[in-house]
Design a protein around this ligand. Sequence first.
Ligand code: C2E
Ligand code: MG
Ligand code: MG
Length: 757
Amino acid sequence: MSRRYQILRALPAGLVAMCVTAVYELTVDPRLSIVQSHIIIIFFAGCVGFCISFIIRQRERAAQQGLLRLAAIVRQSDEAITSVTLDGTVTSWNRGAERTYGYSAAEALGHHISFCVVPEKHAELNLLLQRIADGEVVERFDTQRLTKNGTIIDVSLSVSAIKDETGTIVGVSGIARDVTAYRRTEKELHLRSSALEAAANGIVITDRQGRIVWANQAFSKLTGYSKEEILGKNPRLLKSGEQPDGYYAKLWLTISSGKVWQGEIVNRRKDGTTYTEEMTITPVTQDFGGATDTYFIAIKQDITERKAAEERVQYLAYYDALTGLPNRTLLQDRLSKALASARRQKNKVALLFLDLDRFKTINDSLGHSVGDLVLKQVAERLKKWAREQDTVARMGGDEFLIVLTAVKEVADAAVAAERIRNAMTAEFVVQGHSLDISCSVGISIFAEHGTDGETLIKNADAAMYCARESGRNNFRFYTKDMNAQALERLTLENSLRLALDKKELFLVYQPQMDIATGKIIGLEALLRWQHPELGLVPPDKFIRIAENSGLIVPIGEWVLRTACSQARKWQDEGIPAVSVAVNVSAVQFRQEGFGEVIRKVLYETGLPPQLLELELTESLLLANADVTFSVLQELKDMGVTLAIDDFGTGYSSFSYLRQFQISKLKIDRLFIRDVTLNSNDGAITTAIIGMAKSLNIKVIAEGVENEEQMAFLRAHQCDEIQGYYFSKPLAVDKVASKLRGDSPEPQARAQASGTQS
Ligand code: C2E
Ligand code: MG
Ligand code: MG
């Protein structure tokens, strides 16, 4: 204790003694002697002084004990309490500091505090000491410190200046609390909440009362509701009404019993549109200081697009993309169900296999886009026509299959087929084209014509084929021998594959006559097939098979080469040169490099190009006009002449004739047959001749069989004729004498087709 303080402490006792003495002096009893008085005064003053001194001492002791206790608290504190001089030398280091920094007091005292400061914070430390030395008050701040084992810890530091008795700042005391764990938790919480906020999935938390207490951005994006709009609201504001009854009740039952619910829900956005979400709701019970509360965390994922894609895939797997009708797969499924039910109920099921007549011509002449629209319209009509329990499916191309269930009588199927044909009679208008469409229908009946779907479809198909073969626009019931016919087609195709190699194919030549001069001006090469078992097969029977199987390409090239080399041979033999006409199938014409084939054949056979005439059909010309035009141009440039075969049976458009530089029109024999009997045919023939003349195109009439037809054509200035009236197709060895004019004209009016011997 300082001397000054001791003097100060004695001072009050002295002062009190002096005061008491003075009082006594003034009021002293005169009866006492001076000595007595002084003794009393001194005693009294002594007592007072003692009392005062006792009180002061007691106070000092208490203060000292307080300080000691405080020092003990400081020492023992968990917080790191340290003090340093203004230059940073450690002057005190408590247990908390030892624990926090890992350095003992002995290791720390007397050293510069920087040993426990991370290098990046040295500047901050120096600045702090400086600011405190300057008298600035720095209270609390967060920083980082370095422990003995090299770990960096986060601390919350409170600092204050240490002053001496005179008030001079002599050092800095610091209380540091290790907040590393707290900061980590804080950071983690922050990260967690930002992760939830930024999550791609919509997250919404509702309380037990079903009120939304939190939702993230993705939820707002998904639903269109801002946070402010939905907080406190019930998620039922998203209800679309599209969930089945009891769906939500089940959901609530699950989550209120503490279980996780997972499922798909169709909800409605703020803007009224609906979307499908996949949702998981997890009930979470939280303890808030003893009181528990349950919340429901719903995680939502928008699966609208995925659902749409799924539906699309499903749709494509079971429905025809063009017409929206069930496809073959779905049909098979429906058919097997229909058959199962028919078996139980002892009913019949009718399969109507429908094929559009001459659809290929529409496709070829008006293009595939028109063809597609026709198919769509047909599908619409069939859908309207069918009853709800029937299935109308598209089998591919222009083929449809209708399954009629609960059929009582076989005759009902015939009535249905007739009604379908009637449904097709109303004209179709597609992109300004008015089209007449008819169909051929084949019918098979369960259980008469088969007991399984596959057989019934196959038999209905065979029946349809027969309906088509027998003149189209009608229907046929399946009969046993239809399969034999289908088999025959297959056999024919197989033997046709070998026909070229086995040299079973040959050509006959039908002369064409100039009406004015009566002279032969050309020969049409016509293909024949001498089948080893079937005998002579006419082209009408096998050309379509060749086209469908692609065999027409090699066969066509063979015809071309044979006809050209034969014509060249006749020329070489000194026979008057006439042109040779070769029929070209659309399949051949569309083959890439068709022009090249012609050029090659002409070159190899040495036939002058102007002696080759190619017979093309109208539908061939109109399909894909751009490509056609360039191929025709190539042919024209070679010098080949072009004729339109079977003119009048297609779409008889004159506009392309000049554009395509056509040299000749061949009026189909269908019109010539009744040209003198049917005024309509006569009018068509006359119109074709007139038009061709105006376009400076030659006209030849096919299938002229008698004098009346000949007279009609002559009267209407038809240029040429081809037909049995003049000559039947001739075997190759008969042509030369015909060309030399050895045979008399006109030839016998043969009625049967074939070659003239
Ligand atoms: P097309 O090109 O119109 O040939 C004319 C058809 O009419 C020939 O039948 C011919 O024999 C027949 N014909 C000629 N004059 C008369 C007549 O006065 N009365 C009757 N009723 N018919 C007559 P064919 O040879 O049976 O040929 C039928 C069709 O087969 C041809 O019709 C043609 O489209 C096709 N064809 C024939 N040979 C070939 C060929 O080498 N290639 C291609 N792609 N098709 C061919
Ligand atoms: Mg022809
Ligand atoms: Mg013809």
